[in-house]
Design a protein around this ligand. Sequence first.
Ligand code: PGA
Length: 259
Amino acid sequence: MNRKPIIIANWKMNLSSSGLERFFSHFTIDDKDLDKVQTIFCPSFTLLSQVCSFISDRPLALGAQNVFWEERGAYTGEVSAQQLSDVGCQYVIVGHSERRRLFNEDDEMVNKKIQLVLKHKMIPVVCLGENFREKESGQTRKVIEQKLSVCLKDLRSFELKKIIISYEPIWAISTNPNNPDKLADSPEEAQVIHKFIRKTVGNMFDEHTARAFTVIYGGSVNPENIEGFAKMNDIDGVLVGGASREADKFQKIVGAYLN
Ligand code: PGA
C-alpha cells in the first residue's frame, strides 16, 4: 500500500513571530517536490494564524500541538477543536509525552480528544511510546498494546484510516533529561515496533485498516539519521522536534523523502 510520507515539525513552545519570516524564507523546497509528501507545521497556538498566512497556497499544512476534549465552556486556558479548525488547522497532535508527563494526560483523555478532532474533520496525530524503564524491562509491546486499546477505543475502521500514530519512545526524545546525547531509536528497532503497531491495529480492526493507516516515528530525528528512517517499510514519516526549528535542517529531513 502506498502511503504518502508525513513529516511534522513540532515547534513546541519555541519560535516567535519575528522568527517566522526568516524560517520560511529559508525553507526553499520546490512546491512541485512538496506535493510528493505531506509536510505539517505545528507552532504554538498564538502563531497559528501567522504560520497559516506563510503557508497558504503552498502544499504545506497547519497543525496544533494540543486541543481540549470538550466543545466549549468554562475551561480557562484551553483551546477547542472548532477554534483550531477556524484558524486553518488540518492536524492536531494529541497525547504527546510532554503533555502526559507534565500535565498528567492519560489515554482516556487522548481518546476523547481523538474523537473530537475527528468530529471536526481534522486529523489527530496520536503520540505514544514506552519510557526507558519499560523498555529495559521488556515491556515495550505490552505498553503499546495497552495504549492503543484505550486511545483507539470506540473508533471505527474508516476513522482509523485517517489517523496518524506517532510512535515516540519517550527515552529517545531529544529533550528528555535522560537522553543528554540526543540518541534516536535505531531505524531497525523502530521498524520492528512500527510493524507491531500495524499488526496490533490489524487485530483490533482489520487487515485493510492496518495497511492503510499511517505510523510515523518521533525522537531525536535529525538530518544525519533521517535516511535510515526514510527507507523503512513501515515507518511512514517522522515527527521532528528540535531539528525542525531550523529551516535548513528541516528541509534536509523533508528532502530525504523526495529521492
Ligand atoms: P525531538 O522531539 O525531535 O526533539 O526528539 C520529538 C518530539 O518531541 O516529538
